[in-house]
Design a protein around this ligand. Structure first.
Ligand SMILES: [Zn+2]
Length: 343
């Protein structure tokens, strides 16, 4: 079973056993509390816990109508491989800044900082939050940032049935397509938690599955802009300096992420000073056209930067030979061409 957690070992063990048992005996949705130890903030679970206790959702999902169904990404997003990625695309030293759980009150400030620094990034938005702040989603797209799918209500996917997982993906696809006219072709599971069903469903929808290799734990600031949190976020982000192609996890929570905003310039400076090129997860660089690069037919999968990074213990990953990442780049015959496998 593919699962990734930062939680204490005991919790992981218990959750794994529970999910493992349910996957055999009860395929219907099961309510295992989402993790709370790291990676991502907890949200209201599928068991019906109050959304008000969640920092992840901007509104009660029960009050947010799911957009009318639109054609799924299938046939629109390009075909992609099975598996999880956490190595930034591109040749040489590249870094991908990623922001989850938005849009929120800090999203525009984050976009302004990125734009001023001529840095691109990827936003894994939550569908409910997009419905609450549609104008920000349109601004993200029009300003050239890559938008990903982070589900409709931010559940722990590995606790859900196949039907429920598919609904979370498809509702988010419908919502984002209705706002920006194109479906997301990249998916990040909340908490980094997934199973084989998640990977198969994402692949069927043409979505690459992404986790991260650097966790800033910025959500733990919970709205504070105290220098303690700002410094901590910057320090944790610097861990990626030991990697050639880090994917950095940050957040833009509905209620705002002021510590993340305050930390971002120093994080940008850190990577820029060390010669990294900033890319989105489609391999695009701000202000530059996409570049086509051939993929060596016998390219070996690179070794992950270190053993503590997210990894999958599932079936062997099968990477495609030519996976442009977005409908737009696919239509133009362009896209990321440098494949980075994960173990
Ligand atoms: Zn999240």
């Amino acid at each position: 079973m593919n699962r990734r957690r930062h939680d204490p070992c005991l919790r992981v063990l218990i959750a794994g056993l529970l999910v493992g048992a349910f996957s055999i005996t009860a395929p219907a949705a099961q309510a295992v509390p989402p993790p709370s130890g790291g990676g991502e903030p907890s949200a209201a679970s599928s068991s019906g816990a109050s959304w008000r206790s969640s920092p992840v959702l901007a509104a009660d999902p029960a009050t947010v109508p799911v957009p009318d169904a639109v054609p799924t990404a299938e046939g629109v997003c390009p075909s992609v491989g099975y598996g999880v990625r956490y190595v930034a695309p591109g040749e040489g030293k590249t870094v991908a800044l990623t922001f989850d759980d938005g849009p929120g009150r800090s999203t525009e400030a984050i976009m302004d900082i990125l734009e001023d620094a001529e840095v691109t990034a990827t936003f894994f938005n939550v569908g409910v939050n997009e419905a609450v702040r549609p104008e920000i989603v349109r601004a993200q797209a029009s300003r050239g940032f890559l938008l990903g799918n982070h589900t409709w209500t931010h559940p722990d996917m590995a606790t859900l049935s196949e039907t429920a997982q598919a609904r979370e993906m498809d509702d988010a696809i419908a919502g984002q397509t209705s706002l920006v006219g194109a479906p997301p072709c990249d998916f990040r599971p909340p908490y980094g938690s997934y199973d084989e069903t998640t990977l198969s469903l994402a692949q069927a929808r043409g979505m690459n599955v992404w986790n991260w290799s650097v966790d800033t734990e910025d959500w733990k600031a919970r709205g504070s802009d105290d220098p303690f949190w700002v410094d901590r976020i910057v320090d944790l982000a610097k861990a990626g300096g030991s990697q050639t192609n880090p994917v950095v996890l940050m957040h833009n929570m509905p209620a705002g992420s002021p510590a993340t905003v305050a930390a971002l310039p120093a994080i940008i400076d850190f990577y820029r000073d060390r010669g990294y090129t900033f890319v989105d997860l489609a391999g695009r660089v701000a202000g530059q056209p996409d570049v086509e690069e051939p993929v060596p037919p016998d390219a070996e999968e690179p070794v992950p930067p270190d053993a503590d990074e997210p990894r999958s213990d599932g079936p062997p990953h099968r990477w495609p030979t030519w996976p442009p990442h977005t409908a737009a780049t696919a239509a133009a015959g362009q896209g990321d061409t440098t494949l980075h496998g994960v173990p």
